[in-house]
Design a binder for this molecule. Structure first.
Ligand SMILES: *[C@@H]1O[C@H](CO)[C@@H](O)[C@H](O)[C@H]1NC(C)=O
Length: 398
């Protein structure tokens, strides 16, 4: 090996150059905010999966649309609220403020309507994952404190019996018409869809796909309504959104290949959008074993096929409507699990006190997605405890 003798002058020069560059970089950071997001996508995958727009399966053809689904009303009918923005909602409270523009028409709603005319809200809890305890119960409290128990119905689906759980029994007693427990029968739900009898339904290696993407789409197909992930807290009545069929935006960055999220979705019974989604699930690349974002790819493929055939696509709710955590430090919701000071500041000098700016924001948006984190407790007197949980309990008279 050749020995390199660095002469000391050269070393000193190098150190000096490094020092100057460090100073320049620090100064540049002081003047400019860097925006960098690095993600690596396999070029073959992008081309094969996303760039090629395949044809729809024909679910929107007049002779194939279910008589339970009204195309002229759902796709072309007049709507009261606009739920998309048209610009990226990255500045200040723009997204939260836009959510606040969405309001129901004043009306005297029907009281205590029959089960099958109610808006069904579906959520799922695996009976073998963890016991259903007070931490999980907050999702139910959020539902009954914010949604209309006379016109909607929450169904807690599971892969096993939950009926012996005392918390859930108390909800069944209190809301016999607005709350139900049911066990998911995947092959049964798939009857009459493109996935009927498919071996995909029984894939044991792709649990996230079956428990996640598949179940929610099959339930919405069979019953219609709203899907909401169990790890959410609802903050406001979803009624003014329900004239639309929608998924949500993944986060405020508008990821090119992963723009959509299915944590909160709304589709009508026998919606042709779902019929097309089943066709893609059946005929396109099956999910990888560990995939947790397969749904995002599915909704993107579907959206592109729809517009390619001039069919009005489903809507995409801006990120903060249900997931205000998924943005930058300066405009995302505070961490739900971190202790905070009621007199402290959230962002941009905005307060977290009762009746303050954060409180107002929570009345504009529709929910807060907690991204699992089931092992964490909400800190006592933290913002979630003060502005959401205690209010739910007050509203429910507990
Ligand atoms: C579908 O909706 C339109 C517009 O709201 C309505 O006029 C029509 O009667 C509906 N069709 C059916 C079959 O319900």
């Amino acid at each position: 090996m050749p020995v390199v003798h660095l002469n000391t002058k050269l070393v000193r020069l190098l150190c000096y150059a490094l020092g100057v560059s460090a100073l320049l970089i620090t100064y540049a950071f002081y003047l400019y905010e860097p925006h960098v997001e690095l993600a690596f996508y396999d070029r073959d995958w992008v081309h094969r999966e996303l760039e090629v727009v395949k044809p729809l399966a024909g679910c929107f053809n007049v002779d194939r649309v279910s008589n339970k689904y009204n195309i002229s009303e759902n796709l072309y009918g007049p709507k009261r609220n606009e739920v998309q923005s048209g610009v990226q909602l990255r500045m200040g409270l723009d997204c939260y403020n836009l959510a606040g523009t969405i309001r129901s028409a004043p009306r005297n709603g029907p009281q205590d309507i029959p089960n099958d005319e109610r808006v069904h809200f579906h959520t799922y809890w695996r009976s073998d994952l963890a016991p259903f305890g007070p931490r999980q119960e907050y999702m139910l409290k959020s539902f009954f404190a914010t949604q209309n128990a006379d016109t909607s119905r929450l169904i807690l689906w599971s892969n096993g019996e939950l009926g012996h759980n005392p918390i859930l029994q108390s909800y069944m007693r209190k809301y016999p018409r607005a709350f139900a427990l049911k066990i998911v029968d995947i092959p049964g739900l798939a009857v009459g869809t493109a996935l009927d009898g498919s071996p995909l339904l029984k894939r044991k290696d792709a649990k996230a796909w079956v428990d996640g993407d598949l179940i929610r789409l099959l339930l919405l197909w069979n019953y219609g309504g709203v899907w909401v992930d169990m790890d959410s807290l609802l903050t406001r009545d979803l009624d003014p959104l329900l004239e639309h069929e929608f998924v949500t935006q993944w986060d405020c960055y508008d990821k090119q290949y992963r723009p959509f999220n299915g944590a909160l979705m709304r589709f009508h019974k026998h919606s042709p959008y779902l019929c097309e989604a089943f066709h893609i699930m059946l005929t396109d690349t099956p999910p990888r074993a560990d995939s947790t974002d397969w749904g995002a790819t599915l909704y993107l493929k579907l959206w592109r096929r729809l517009v390619a055939e001039n069919i009005p696509p489903f809507k995409i709710l801006p990120f903060c409507f249900s997931d205000g955590r998924s943005c930058r430090l300066d405009n995302r919701l505070p961490d739900p699990f971190e202790k905070d000071d009621p007199q402290g500041k959230w962002t941009m000098g905005l307060g977290m006190e009762n009746g303050g700016p954060l409180d107002n924001v929570l009345h504009n948006i529709f929910g807060v997605h907690l991204h699992n984190q089931w092992d964490k407790e909400f800190p006592e007197n933290g913002w979630v405890d003060r502005l959401l949980l205690k209010r739910y309990e007050k509203a429910l008279g507990a």
